[in-house]
Design a protein around this ligand. Structure first.
Ligand code: NAP
Length: 315
């Protein structure tokens, strides 16, 4: 077990934490919460019986079930760890069984849509504090998770206006305990920021890998053979879960389209600079972008290793 997560708490933060969706994120939360004693009882809920069985084998939860409505009974903290597009139907299935005072949260990569989908199904007295851990890998499923996934990564909370402050503080404490740096912002702002820092980069990666696959003048074996020229790093991102990313784009449509519009304009300017031999323009941009990467490294959000820390994946 990695040392940097720290020692388990003497008293848990929550009595009964129900995690719905034991994929990469849900199973990472289970592992971290278990190691750190953040919950007296961890209930793992997954619609897939094979995942429920695997969770039992991995021993990352105290209870495991495929019945979401039954699993959330008596929970004081419920976290939806399912694709963004599934949050509404999951909330509908569990709503009636949520205890008064229970905190409901999620981990979705889009926030505005999740709030709109989930809120109508939550009874009076249940607090909703949406969250997005800005941490992940291209892997999916219960075996892909690891307890240090959230360590030194940001977790963004987007409590709706008038949210219960104590509930927000308890969710903050949960993520801080797992090593995350927590920031609070509106759902709308979150969706705009993430459109440019995460969603559009993924779209570009999916696009460039798709384009390379369709090329007729360069063979597939050449694409693979010479991938270290930059392509390889796009392929890692483009291997991300198709369901998750389909939902991200469908549910953050406006912000993604706004950022894509800006990107298209800037690409047209770059094409023009190349066409007219405007080397200074290219040099100036590449100098600015190099500084941005150095800033990310100095803030501890990336490694300076030439292999991009690839060997650390799956730790
Ligand atoms: P994952 O590994 O694919 O796990 C998703 C889980 O949700 C699986 O257990 C899956 O069960 C379940 N699920 C899928 N569709 C469902 C439905 N319609 N109803 C109920 N359960 C359903 O995905 P993940 O990477 O953990 O992502 C989970 C959430 O975290 C997403 O909202 C994503 O936006 C967010 N997130 C992901 C990352 C990342 O890098 N991966 C980072 C931050 C946040 P089945 O196996 O039966 O499909």
């Amino acid at each position: 077990m990695p040392e940097r997560l720290g020692l388990p708490r003497e008293t848990p933060l929550f009595e009964r934490v129900a995690l719905i969706g034991l994929g990469l994120i849900g199973s990472s939360i289970a592992r971290a919460a278990r190691h750190l004693n953040l919950a007296r009882t961890i209930v793992a809920i997954d619609r897939d019986e094979a995942t429920v069985a695997r969770v039992r084998e991995l021993k990352i939860a105290d209870e495991a079930t495929s019945d979401a409505a039954a699993g959330v009974k008596g929970a004081d903290f419920v976290i939806l760890c399912v694709p963004v597009g599934a949050c509404g139907s999951v909330a509908e299935a569990i709503g009636a069984n949520l205890a008064p005072g229970c905190i409901v949260s999620d981990v979705g990569s889009v926030k505005g849509s999740v709030v709109a989908q989930v809120q109508p199904h939550l009874p009076e007295g249940v607090h909703f504090v949406p969250a997005h851990p800005v941490a992940g890998t291209e892997h999916s499923g219960p075996d892909a998770g690891f307890s240090t996934l959230f360590f030194n990564r940001w977790c963004i909370l987007t409590p709706p206006e008038g949210a219960d402050e104590q509930a927000v503080e308890r969710v903050r404490a949960f993520w801080s305990a797992m090593g995350s740096n927590v920031e609070v912002m509106t759902a709308q702002h979150h969706d705009l920021v993430l459109a440019i820092t995460s969603h559009v980069p993924h779209l570009i990666a999916y696009n460039i890998v798709g384009t390379a696959a369709d090329l007729e003048t360069v063979t597939q074996s050449e694409v693979i053979k010479f991938s270290a020229g930059g392509f390889r790093d796009f392929t890692r991102i483009a291997a991300s879960d198709p369901t998750m990313w389909r939902d991200v784009f469908l549910h953050n449509k406006e912000a993604v389209l706004e950022m894509l519009g800006r990107l298209n304009e800037d690409i047209a300017l770059l094409a023009r600079a190349i066409r007219w031999g405007e080397g200074d323009k290219l040099f100036d941009l590449f100098t600015r972008t190099r500084a941005i990467r150095r800033g990310i490294i100095s803030e501890g959000q990336e490694t300076a290793e030439p292999d991009f820390g690839r060997r650390r994946q799956g730790q």
